[in-house]
Design a protein around this ligand. Structure first.
Ligand SMILES: Cc1cc2nc3c(=O)[nH]c(=O)nc-3n(C[C@H](O)[C@H](O)[C@H](O)COP(=O)(O)OP(=O)(O)OC[C@H]3O[C@@H](n4cnc5c(N)ncnc54)[C@H](O)[C@@H]3O)c2cc1C
Length: 409
């Protein structure tokens, strides 16, 4: 049984125990810092999270991050599916762009792991730490970041203080709003349905993005003849799909996929996500920083949300370690500003490109359809472009930005 926390003064407060928040707590494992980890959900919900439909495509760099953070070893081997190649197809099932892993240095572009499995593994890794005090089933109701300390009030009225507050409290971050930090959001006016399905035709571990008239379908290969099916459509069409019984749903998906994967069967619950991308105007304030989706909430089409969450937390962790090494306050403004500028430089171009792609590829007007077919055909012929995409997924700087974590500290 966990005893109630009596400590109120910490070095670091982390708000949000989602995958990015837990990864950051893990990065701080051997720093000697005393950490308060605040999470609105009950402990049971984060210890054994329910399937939420999301299959996360992890780049090789992110896999290396998770290995070094001691999280990867907690993911069951059979829950990890190789993502060998990728293809983009147009409405008539014709392949317009193919990304082949052989252009890179690994046997696959990346790996696919369900979001709830990553969360569970990250929870187990952080539970091994002795420097984390858990405040679960508790939400932050107020934040006050002063000259020398930051204070956080919980909804049960407890007051905690620390040198730095790191918010990882989702793309709709409440603490970011409490501190008056604006964020630009783009509502794509579409909803994404995600679920797992079995099928009779093999997928050959190729991820496919299919642009059809009125909807897009992404197929992410899981182990066996199973795929994560992602349909993006108008909200009312998705509501209809969600309400169908399993047989009608499976027949409808087969039809929407033009029978690419043969006969299909629903094998999980269905989940719907409204598509809203968010980019915070600032990632830092006095004694405060945002990471994860609270900093950069990506449209899922380029599969970068959590990958950015991992690289962003590593950058902030590096600044905190530098401060500790040089005997400086971990909330010092220069370190936070450096994190902000490096993370913005690493994310803003892809954020803007992803939004442009998402808009172009869900626009069914003739000029847009013509423009995207042309763009994809040009990209298909540009091997430097394709090599760059493969390089982004398979190469990386995990080693250079990652601290070494001692196991089970
Ligand atoms: C359909 C879909 C597919 C995706 N596919 C990919 C992919 O292939 N690759 C990829 O890299 N990314 C992908 N993503 C993105 C990825 O899921 C997110 O980037 C990632 O889950 C964000 O993690 P996070 O920890 O920042 O935030 P969250 O997972 O949103 O966690 C935030 C946590 O903060 C807690 N919280 C919120 N407010 C408070 C408060 N006031 N007090 C206390 N606690 C609070 C919440 O309860 C929650 O546990 C996908 C997303 C979707 C929707």
């Amino acid at each position: 049984m966990n005893l109630p926390n009596t400590r109120v003064s910490f070095d670091l407060i982390i708000v949000g125990a989602g995958p990015a928040g837990l990864s950051f707590a893990r990065s701080m494992a051997d720093t000697g810092l005393q950490i308060a980890l605040i999470e609105r959900l009950d402990e049971a919900a984060i210890a054994d999270p329910a399937f939420d439909g999301r299959e996360i495509a992890l780049t090789q760099t992110s896999i290396e991050h998770l290995r070094q953070l001691g999280i990867w070893k907690h993911i069951d081997a059979d829950a990890i599916s190789p993502l060998r190649d990728a293809a983009v197809e147009n409405g008539r099932g014709r392949s317009l762009l193919q990304i082949d892993h052989r252009m890179g240095t690994h046997d696959e572009l990346g790996m696919l792991v369900a979001n709830h499995q990553i969360r569970r593994a990250a929870y187990r890794a952080v539970r091994e730490q002795t420097n984390v005090s858990w405040f679960t089933g508790a939400a932050v109701s107020a934040v006050d970041c002063g000259e020398t300390r930051a204070r956080v009030r919980l909804d049960d009225n407890r007051l905690l203080d620390a040198a730095l507050v790191v918010a990882v409290d989702s793309r709709f971050s409440e603490t970011r709003r409490m501190l008056g930090i604006p964020a630009r959001s783009v509502d794509f006016g579409k909803t994404m349905l995600v679920c797992n399905m079995e099928h009779t035709e093999p997928h050959a571990h190729v991820a496919r993005e299919c642009f059809e008239f009125g909807y897009t379908a992404a197929l992410l290969p899981r182990n066996g003849n199973s795929s994560s099916v992602v349909i993006t459509q108008r909200g009312e069409d998705i509501s209809r799909l969600m309400a169908m019984d399993e047989t009608e749903f499976a027949r409808t998906i087969e039809h929407l996929l033009r029978h690419r994967l043969g006969t299909m069967q629903l094998r999980s619950t269905r989940h719907a996500y409204p598509l809203v991308a968010v980019y915070a105007d600032r990632f830092v304030a006095r004694r405060y920083a945002v990471i994860g989706d609270a900093a950069v909430g990506m449209h899922p089409v380029t599969a970068h949300g959590f990958n950015f969450g991992l690289s962003g937390q590593a950058l902030l962790a590096e600044e905190i370690r530098n401060s500790l090494r040089t005997g400086r306050d971990i909330g010092n403004a220069e370190g936070l500003a450096r994190y902000q500028s490096r993370h913005r430089r690493a994310t803003l171009p892809l954020y803007l490109t992803t939004n442009a792609i998402a808009k172009l590829f869900t626009d069914d007007r003739l000029p847009a359809r013509f423009a995207r077919d042309t763009a994809l055909r040009v990209a298909e012929r540009l091997s430097p472009f394709k090599r760059a995409v493969v390089g982004t997924l398979t190469r990386g700087s995990a080693r250079s930005v990652l601290p070494r974590i001692r196991p089970a500290s």
